[in-house]
Design a protein around this ligand. Structure first.
Ligand code: ATP
Ligand code: MG
Ligand code: FE
Length: 336
């Protein structure tokens, strides 16, 4: 089954063709990050307009890269939530028109379910059940993936997402948007151990996380240093910050594994590209005797292929939509 998949929830316009949920036939993507970098973050209105400009051309490209024509498309999948509402709406509207024109099923896909499903593309043997640590720009979740479309949220951030925290801390350190990748490179230049940053414990909800205090601590450290005219060891701060994020995520993922008895852990989302977090997850899983799946870097960030992968399993579960499908800025992933 060839699924034509659309992703437009943030600042990447992406169109892919995926066969049977596992094989990427094409994966066309246009990032707007350079444009938004001028403003230090995503400007929603600009994002929507850029999606409108890019989506038709990328669709042609995805089909020709796959060596297919429109008549080879068996279904259309699209991110319908969560994300910037105007941006998601562009993908949903376009996908609806394509599904209508080609007279094929329309499959709504939750963006974070897509991030998790990116792993199906890299690891043919991977099947639920497993635990997913979904860490991205707008979401930070520990998810029990009981089946391809049956998921329960075990833990979540109470405030900022991990990626958002990376981007804000990076901005304070003078790094360009999106800050996660340059922060990773900077952190590797220092052994750290210089700055004391907060660790959070949510009483009675040990699998929940919080990143806003960490973000504020980095902002305060940078401002205080500036006011006192003291030099800031940016590499050490990047390292200590990343370690604090990792310490928030990794032990909780392991605790969730212990509580549920799951022996397989899957990382997902843009922050899963972080080298320190990947290393910490590898060590922790080795010690606990858990199997770990780390997506290749190109499948961590937003892409269309991951929507095609999850779309296949949503289709098998009967989760299709008619042309009344709407876009949503927020939507729990356990609701589908
Ligand atoms: P969501 O998926 O929650 O809707 P999003 O789609 O904007 O949000 P992703 O594309 O999955 O998020 O990931 C982008 C985030 O990942 C950004 O915050 C970015 O800074 C972060 N990121 C990318 N690479 C790294 C890295 N190496 N280390 C840490 N963070 C990273
Ligand atoms: Mg992006
Ligand atoms: Fe994303």
């Amino acid at each position: 089954m060839n699924i034509l998949a659309f992703e437009s929830s943030c600042d990447e316009t992406a169109v892919a063709v995926v066969r049977d949920g596992r094989t990427v036939l094409s994966d066309a993507i246009l990032s707007q990050a350079d444009m938004h970098a001028l403003y230090g973050g995503v400007v929603p209105e600009i994002a929507s307009r850029k999606h409108v400009e890019a989506i038709a051309g990328l669709t042609d490209q995805a089909l020709s890269d796959a060596g297919l024509t429109k008549s080879d498309v068996d279904a259309v999948a699209v991110t319908y939530a969560p994300g910037l509402i105007g941006a998601v709406l562009v993908g949903v509207s376009f996908a609806k028109s394509v599904a209508y024109a080609l007279d094929v099923p329309l499959i709504p896909v939750h963006h974070v379910r897509g991030h998790i499903a990116a792993n199906y593309l890299a690891f043919p043997e991977l099947e639920p059940p497993f635990l997913a640590l979904a860490i991205s720009g707008g979401n930070t979740l520990i998810v029990d993936v009981r089946d391809y479309t049956d998921m329960a949220i075990l833990g979540a951030t109470r405030d900022d997402a991990a990626g958002e925290c990376f981007d804000k801390a990076a901005r304070v350190l003078g790094l360009p948007y999106p800050g996660g990748k340059p922060m990773d490179a900077l952190a590797q230049q220092s052994p750290g151990g210089k700055y004391t940053l907060p660790r959070v414990h949510v009483e009675g909800a040990e699998l929940d996380m919080s990143f806003s205090g960490l973000k504020t601590a980095v902002v305060n450290l940078a401002h205080n240093a500036q006011q006192k005219g003291e030099p800031l060891d940016a590499a050490a701060l990047a390292r200590d910050f990343t370690q604090a994020v990792s310490d928030e995520l990794v032990p909780r993922a392991m605790e969730a594994a212990r509580r549920t008895g799951r022996r397989t852990i899957v990382a997902a989302g843009g922050v899963a590209a972080n080298s320190i977090i990947r290393g910490d997850l590898e060590r922790a899983c080795r010690q606990a005797g858990c199997r770990l799946y780390l997506p290749p870097l190109r499948l961590c960030g937003d892409n269309g292929a991951m929507i095609g992968a999850q779309g296949y399993y949503e289709y098998l579960a009967g989760h299709t939509a008619d042309l009344s499908l709407n876009a949503y800025a927020t939507r729990d992933l356990d609701r589908g």
